[in-house]
Design a protein around this ligand. Structure first.
Ligand code: PNS
Length: 167
C-alpha cells in the first residue's frame, strides 16, 4: 500500500529550541499530515546541549502536537533525511530578508539534488529577534529568557548555563 501521508521536514540544530521554532512547528502541524523535526548534527562538534537533550527538549515542547515527530541525523544530507522519512517538502521559518538570502541557495541546491521543494513560512514578527545563539548568550550572562523559549528549555538553561562570574 502506498503512503499518502503529506509530510514536511523542519531541519535545524535546535541548540536549543526557541519560541520562534515552536511557532513554525505549530503552524506546520496545521498544514501537513505529519511534521518531522530533524535535528541535524555533527558528532565531532560539542553543542551547549547534547543531542539527546535537544531531542528531549523538542519532544517536551511539542508534546501537545500529536502529528509532530522528532528525529536526529548525524552527518547526513538534508535531501537524504527527506528521502528516509518520506517527505517531499522542507519547511523553514523566515525572520528577515537576511534569512531569505541565506536560505535561498540551500533551497535551490536541495531542489537540484532530488527535486525536493522548500516552503518558507514568515515568522511571527514578535519573535523575529530570537535565535538559539542569542538565547545561549543572554542566558550565559545571567539574562532572563522567560517567554523566549519553552518552559523546559528555560529550566534546562538555568541548570546548564552558569552565568559568567558565578562560581
Ligand atoms: O539551525 P541551523 O544551524 O540554522 O540549521 C542548519 C541546517 C542543519 C538546516 C543546515 O546546516 C542543513 O541543511 N544541513 C544539512 C547539510 C546539507 O544537506 N547540505 C547541503 C544542501 S544545502
Amino acid at each position: 500500500m502506498s503512503d499518502t501521508t503529506r509530510r514536511c521536514v523542519c531541519p535545524g540544530s535546535y541548540d536549543p529550541v526557541t519560541m520562534g521554532h515552536l511557532d513554525v512547528f505549530t503552524r506546520a502541524s496545521a498544514l501537513w499530515d505529519e511534521v518531522v523535526i530533524a535535528v541535524l548534527h555533527n558528532p565531532d562538534k560539542q553543542g551547549t546541549f547534547a543531542i539527546e537533550e535537544r531531542l528531549e527538549l523538542l519532544r517536551r515542547a511539542t508534546a501537545d502536537l500529536p502529528n509532530v515527530r522528532v528525529r536526529a541525523f548525524a552527518r547526513t544530507l538534508l535531501v537524504e533525511v527527506c528521502r528516509q522519512v518520506g517527505a517531499d517538502v522542507i519547511l523553514k521559518g523566515l525572520r528577515s530578508d537576511t534569512d531569505f538570502a541565506y536560505e535561498l541557495p540551500m533551497a535551490l541546491m536541495n531542489r537540484e539534488l532530488t527535486g525536493v521543494e522548500t516552503v518558507f513560512l514568515p515568522g511571527n514578527p514578535r519573535l523575529g529577534h530570537l535565535s538559539s545563539s542569542l538565547i545561549r548568550e543572554v542566558a550565559s550572562l545571567g539574562g532572563d529568557v522567560t517567554g523566549m523559549v519553552p518552559d523546559a528549555v528555560h529550566d534546562a538553561l538555568r541548570e546548564r548555563v552558569t552565568p559568567r562570574g558565578a562560581s
